[in-house]
Ligand binder design. Structure first.
Ligand SMILES: Nc1ncnc2c1ncn2[C@@H]1O[C@H](COP(=O)(O)OP(=O)(O)OP(=O)(O)O)[C@@H](O)[C@H]1O
Ligand code: SF4
Ligand SMILES: [Mg+2]
Length: 334
C-alpha cells in the first residue's frame, strides 16, 4: 500500500480571537492519484478546510494542527517554503472565479506568472506552455483569448481559465472548491471530465469540494462528510453510499435523485445547520436528527472505524445502518 501524499491531523481553524471554530479537529489522508470528495451543507467548513491547508485564510483566521506534505508540515513552513508549495506543488481552484482571477491582468499574464514562479521555462517556453494549457482546458482560439481579460470570458470559460492557471505548475495535488457550481450541467460535466483526465494524465491527486452527491459518486474515490466544522463520516464512496453510518450522511443521501440522472442540491434534511456561535452540546446534528437519543444531547460521538477504511462519529451508527441506504432503497423501489 502506498503512502499518503497529504496527511492532515487535528486541523482546527478559528476566527474572532479563537471564539468561533469554523473547522475542528479535522484529520484525513490523500493518496497518490486519488480524488477525495469533501461534502456538507453551506457553512460546514469545506472552504475553510481547503484554505487552511495552504494557510490562505482571511485576516483573523488562525489555524492549528498539522498538514504533512512530503514529510514537511505546511503549517510550520516559513514564507519562502510556503511559496514553493502554494500554487506550485499544491494548487487551488477557488469557489469564486472572479475573486480569484485578477480583473486587471490578461489571462496570459496570470498563467505566465505562475509558470515563472514554479517552472524553469524561459519567456518563449512560457508563452508556448500558456497556449498548451488553454488547449488542455478546452478554451478555443487560445492565441486570441490569452490576451483577453477575465470579464471577457463567460462563467464556464473563467472556470477553465482558473483551472489552466492552477495547472500551470504541474501540481501534485489540486484543491478544487466547487469548481462547477453555478455552471450549466453540460459545462459541469465537461469540467469534471477534464479534471479526471488531468488526474490520469498528470498523476495528480484531487480534493474536490461539492454540494452535489451525484458529482461525488461520478468523480470521487473516497468521501468525507462535514457537519459544523467536523468530519462526521469518511470512507470509500461505494461503502458510504451503500451503508451510511452517520444519520446526517443518511439524510444527505436521501436527497440523491432517484433516477440518478438529474442533479439536486441537498434539500431533504429539515432545519438548518447551527451557527458557529451556537453549536449544540453533544452531537452537533442532534436537533435535526431522527435517530437522536439521550446520549446524543449530552456526549459528542467520536469518529470510530465501522468497517475497514470506513469511519463515522454517531452514537446510533447501528440503527442508521439498519435503516438501510436511501440510495439503495431508491434504486430497488425505482
Ligand atoms: N473570515 C471569516 N470570519 C468569520 N467566520 C468565517 C470566515 N470565513 C468563514 N467563516 C465561517 O466559517 C464557517 C465555514 O465556512 P466555509 O466557507 O468553510 O463553509 P463551506 O462549507 O465552504 O460553505 P459553502 O458550501 O457555502 O461554500 C461558516 O460558518 C462561515 O460563516
Ligand atoms: S450521534 Fe445521535 S444525533 Fe448525532 S447523528 Fe448519530 S444518532 Fe443523530
Ligand atoms: Mg465553500
Amino acid at each position: 500500500m502506498s503512502e499518503p501524499i497529504l496527511r492532515v491531523r487535528g486541523l482546527t481553524t478559528t476566527f474572532g480571537d479563537g471564539a468561533l471554530h469554523a473547522v475542528r479537529d479535522v484529520s484525513f489522508d490523500v493518496m497518490p492519484g486519488e480524488v477525495l470528495g469533501l461534502v456538507g451543507e453551506s457553512g460546514s467548513g469545506k472552504s475553510v478546510t481547503l484554505r487552511s491547508l495552504l494557510r490562505l485564510l482571511p485576516a483573523g483566521g488562525r489555524v492549528a494542527g498539522s498538514v504533512c506534505w512530503h514529510g514537511r508540515d505546511v503549517l510550520a513552513m516559513n514564507e519562502a517554503e510556503l511559496r514553493g508549495v502554494r500554487g506550485g506543488e499544491i494548487s487551488m481552484i477557488f469557489q469564486e472565479p472572479m475573486t480569484a482571477l485578477n480583473p486587471v491582468l490578461p489571462i496570459r499574464v496570470q498563467i505566465e506568472e505562475n509558470l515563472r514562479a514554479h517552472t524553469k521555462l524561459d519567456g518563449r517556453g512560457r508563452r508556448a506552455r500558456a497556449r498548451e494549457l488553454m488547449d488542455l482546458v478546452g478554451i478555443p482560439d487560445a492565441a486570441r483569448r490569452l490576451d483577453e481579460f477575465p470579464h471577457q470570458f463567460s462563467g464556464g470559460m473563467r472556470q477553465r481559465a482558473m483551472i489552466a492557471i492552477a495547472l500551470a505548475s504541474d501540481p501534485k495535488l489540486l484543491l478544487a472548491d466547487e469548481p462547477t457550481t453555478a455552471l450549466d450541467v453540460t459545462i459541469q460535466d465537461q469540467i469534471l471530465k477534464l479534471i479526471l483526465e488531468l488526474r490520469d494524465e498528470l498523476a495528480m491527486s484531487v480534493v474536490f469540494v461539492t454540494h452535489d452527491l451525484g458529482v461525488v459518486s461520478a468523480t470521487c474515490d473516497r468521501m468525507a462528510v462535514m457537519y459544523a466544522g467536523r468530519i462526521v463520516e469518511e470512507g470509500a464512496v461505494a461503502d458510504v453510499f451503500a451503508c451510511p453510518r452517520h444519520a446526517y450522511t443518511h439524510g444527505l443521501l436521501g436527497s440523491v435523485p432517484q433516477a440518478g440522472a438529474e442533479r439536486s442540491m441537498l434539500l431533504s434534511i429539515e432545519g438548518t445547520p447551527p451557527g458557529l456561535a451556537r453549536i449544540p452540546e453533544g452531537c452537533a446534528f442532534n436537533p435535526r436528527c431522527d435517530f437522536a437519543t439521550d446520549i446524543c444531547r449530552r456526549t459528542r460521538p467520536r469518529l470510530a472505524e465501522m468497517s475497514p477504511g470506513h469511519h463515522a462519529a454517531c452514537h446510533n451508527a447501528g440503527a442508521v445502518a439498519a435503516a438501510g441506504s436511501p440510495v439503495r432503497r431508491a434504486m430497488r423501489d425505482g
